[in-house]
Design a binder for this molecule. Structure first.
Ligand code: TEU
Ligand code: CA
Length: 554
């Protein structure tokens, strides 16, 4: 497999800088804080860090609104701090990918300031300006952060387009100068030594010709239309040629709105677009917008299968259960009660780290961090939540209690509370007041204690990451679900040349006896088990609640 690109066998770790580690007591995580915690990453054994935006930003959306792509956010530090972080990672053999947010900029970016200043400004066409229609916006596009995707600008009497907050105007990728600027920004960071990019809502860069209204059907899932503009693949290939070719870079596109059938268009290596994409189907399995709905194990495994199929022979996939926009993995798909928290966090880690895909582990999930007990609307910080409250509750459309009930499971802020380093009430995150409250369970869930406990969630992650490195079958081996209709136990094989492993995961609290199909039996080599070891040679496996097993087969 020596011809395979390095990023296929990598394990990535996402850092949300605002919440990772505060080095100067202002309550906000920063780059020097990350640098002070690199030993944690080395102990875990990850190969790549994805850093959520660290660029200069007025923070309407925690850095996903960039004012200057070549400067570091003042709250996070300086360019020297960035260089030191990168050097520290490099010393440890860890690559860094940064967040490329180029569907939109901040409304304070110099391009937008110029663009809105006059219809004749040379930067006018960097953004998407249209006249209103019948006293309203140019079309019926909704913003993901509530309300219209258009904001009227007094100074020139036109509307500008923003798929997200009004402080996040969408760039006009039809304009060649915009594309040239983006490629230049990419070369700037690659020249510094970053290994690639995570690309924010990248399929949205090509807009629908003429921007027609969405139909009622399309309005249910605007991302599908936003993600299927006619020029997206042309732009991504051009980006590859102009900024990425010959650099051995890793790219991962956030493919919100992209269906599995379209995935190969983005990730088939022969097309020279992206290395891999994030599908939303798993993390949104139990979601209808802000509402939580029930999910089943057959649905869950169907997504794993579809993800693998979509990667196919020429593409590649990602495996993730959380990121900064989603609830915590253990609260979402596991059982975060005191009895089952540890076991279920381990079970999920086993699933995530044994896919034929590059795993992306989100900070704190290696500890089994849980959702936060948010109670009132004021406990939340997120622009998305505030938008929902304004447009649903303040208008009387949805009772506040009902929205809060769902947000307790679905809000983005669950993943954004500070990293729990120690048992102290501040979680060891800051000596000041944290920008978002530390979860009160930091006394029970923290890195310091887990590093000393070989049975911890942390060490389970560490072991699985090491197994991936030692066994290429866990990276490249073909995936076969042994029981697609199974409602309680997830069981699959990974096969490569002469090697085969079987992964068996009890996805619930009840003990269960699971029968493997006749041709698959547990071999002598047990790679890891989070409970009683199975009997070699047996095809009936007894599993404790949330137990997972990875073993060679006979
Ligand atoms: O998110 C893309 C996105 O559309 C959703 O995941 C988003 O979080 C929202 O919940 C949709 O309802 C990316 C970033 O990951 C996110 O943090 C940013 O807020 C967003 O783009 C805008 O840059
Ligand atoms: Ca700080």
């Amino acid at each position: 497999m020596s011809h395979e690109p390095w990023w296929k066998s990598a394990v990535a770790y996402q850092i949300y800088p605002r919440s990772f580690m505060d080095s100067n007591g202002d309550g906000i995580g920063d780059l020097n804080g990350i640098t002070s915690k690199l030993d944690h990453l080395t102990a875990l054994g990850v190969d790549v860090v994805w850093l959520s935006p660290h660029f200069d930003s007025p923070n309407a959306d925690n850095g996903y609104d960039i004012r200057d792509y070549r400067a570091v956010m003042a709250e996070f530090g300086t360019m020297d701090d960035f260089d030191r972080l990168l050097a520290g990672l490099t010393e440890r053999g860890i690559e860094l990918i940064v967040d490329l947010v180029v569907n939109h900029t901040s409304d304070q970016h110099a391009w937008f300031v110029a663009s809105r200043s006059s219809p004749d400004d040379p930067y006018r066409d960097f953004y998407i300006w249209r006249d209103g229609v019948d006293g309203g916006p140019p079309n019926n596009y909704p913003s993901f952060f509530s309300g219209s995707a258009w904001t009227f600008d007094d100074s020139t009497g036109q509307y500008y387009l923003h798929y997200f907050a009004r402080q996040q105007p969408d760039l006009n990728w039809e304009h060649p100068a915009v594309r040239a600027e983006v490629y230049d920004i990419m070369r700037f960071w690659l020249d510094k030594g970053v290994a690639g990019f995570r690309m924010d809502v990248i399929p949205f860069i090509s807009k629908q010709p003429g921007l027609p209204d969405l139909t009622r059907e399309q309005l249910r899932s605007p991302q599908d239309t936003y993600a299927s503009g006619p020029r997206v693949h042309e732009f991504l290939h051009e980006m590859y040629v102009e900024a990425l070719a010959g650099r051995d870079a890793m790219t991962v596109g956030e493919a919100f709105g992209v269906g599995f059938e379209q995935a190969p268009l983005f990730t088939d290596a022969r097309r020279e677009e992206l290395s891999m994409i994030f599908h939303f189907d798993l993390v949104r399995l139990d979601r209808r917008h802000w509402r939580r709905v029930p999910w089943t194990l057959p649905q869950f495994r169907a997504v794993l299968q579809a993800t693998d199929d979509a990667a196919g022979e020429h593409g590649w996939a990602t495996s993730f259960l959380c990121n900064h926009d989603n609830p915590r993995a253990v609260s979402h798909f596991g059982d975060d009660s005191p009895t089952w928290r540890v076991a279920s966090a381990k079970a999920l880690a086993t699933v995530m780290l044994t896919q034929r895909a590059t795993p992306f582990l989100y900070q704190g999930d290696e500890l089994g961090m849980t959702n936060f007990p948010f109670r009132t609307i004021d406990d939340y910080d997120d622009v998305e939540v505030k938008g929902l409250w304004r447009t649903l509750v303040e208008t009387g459309k949805v009772p506040g209690d009902e929205l809060l009930h769902h947000l307790a499971h679905t809000a983005r802020d669950h993943a954004r509370t500070p990293m729990q380093w120690t048992a102290a009430p501040d979680g060891g995150f800051t000596t000041g007041t944290p920008w978002l409250a530390v979860n009160p369970n930091t006394a029970e869930i923290n890195a310091a204690e887990q590093l000393d406990d070989p049975e911890s969630v942390f060490h389970h992650h560490r072991r699985l990451i090491a197994l991936r490195r030692a066994h290429p079958v866990l990276v490249h081996g073909a995936y076969r679900d042994l029981d697609p209709a199974g409602e309680r136990v997830l069981a699959y094989t990974r096969t490569l040349a002469g090697a085969q492993v079987v992964v068996i995961v009890n996805m619930g609290a009840d003990p269960v006896e699971h029968a493997l199909p006749g041709e698959v039996g547990i071999g002598d080599t047990l790679l890891t088990s989070s409970g009683p070891a199975p009997l070699p040679g047996s095809s009936i496996v007894a599993l404790a609640g949330w137990q997972s097993i990875v073993a060679a087969t006979v």
